[in-house]
Design a protein around this ligand. Sequence first.
Ligand code: FMN
Length: 372
Amino acid sequence: MTGYSRLFSPLEVQELTLKNRLTMAPLYLGYAGEGGKVTKLLLDYYRIMAQSGVALVVVENATVDHPLGSGSNRTIRADTDENDKGLALLAAAIKNEGALACLQINHAGRFAGTEEPVAPSAVETFGRLPRTLNKKKLNTIVDKFVNAALRVKKAGFDMVELHGGTGYLLAQFVSPWTNKREDEYGGSLENRQKFPLEVLREVKSAVGDFPVGYRFLADEWLPDGLKLGESAQFAGALADGRVAYISVMGGTYESFFLPEVVEKSKNAGYMIDLAAAIKKEVNVPVITAGRIDTGALAEQVIGSGQADLIGLARVLWTDPEWPAKVKQGRESEILHCDPECDTCMQLVMKGKPAFCVRWPHEKLHAWKDKFE
Ligand SMILES: Cc1cc2nc3c(=O)[nH]c(=O)nc-3n(C[C@H](O)[C@H](O)[C@H](O)COP(=O)(O)O)c2cc1C
């Protein structure tokens, strides 16, 4: 046992107790089947993530509305009874390994993998012009978030997370860059944050005391995009709306591949500053992710109060023994995600299931043998 006493201390999140400060941050790797079905590969993936010893596994984004809200045809579906059994298996696979289970629900908006995506405003998106959502359609989408959240609860998950990150629909409303509306959902920050707050309010009123977390975009890292000043105010409104936690990230598909963002994202703890700024504004737990790849860094973040919980995505996938190795003082044995490599991202963007090129040869081949 090492001296990382803060990192391995429990935390109450509403009615739940997290056994330590480590969570798995959502990581879509293209393991669901065509049509968003829960596959054996997906179950194996999350079983391994839960076995790692993290307190909470947040499962990758699942769509509230296929195909309009789906990132791809392999996005898990949380919008149909046909997937209820699969979602229940997914929740059980995680919980049986002693971790709490959360599913992230999402509408991809202008980043959906459909021919005619929808968005708050018709702002060009990689050469396409999305259709503007009218008020009636917005009400339908609120209902779809509610139905998906109820399905997550029924499936046996411990929590649900609303995806307000990565520049998807909820974030598109808050952003001054993608929201050019002239109705009550556009203009001032108060108006731009109205839609995600409505989604939160309606979801919470439907699910009762079931905890609802929020993946949060603190900065789009775009010249005309959402910045910390406004996002911090929005975080305060989410906390007032009684979110269970705020899981902070930066960037969208429009900024992830800009040279300066690519460079910045190679640094250990590259989003801690965003989380620390949001933490100052809210009285709910804050999660920070982004190459937090040593026990010392994770402990320092928790100890200094910059965040309450650590989110591990690629860090944990590259080495699922990361928590055990940190806890047992075997950090020199950790297999680290290579900051110069983005093979997993490139694979999923091409619609292929991902693997990690750092894995030892045998593991890599055994895992690839599982692909359909
Ligand atoms: C291939 C890939 C898929 C991701 N999928 C999701 C997702 O479904 N939902 C989400 O909120 N974030 C997603 N993220 C962001 C991660 O949760 C995390 O914030 C980021 O990868 C930084 O943490 P890490 O350095 O430990 O990977 C994804 C990131 C990558 C690289």
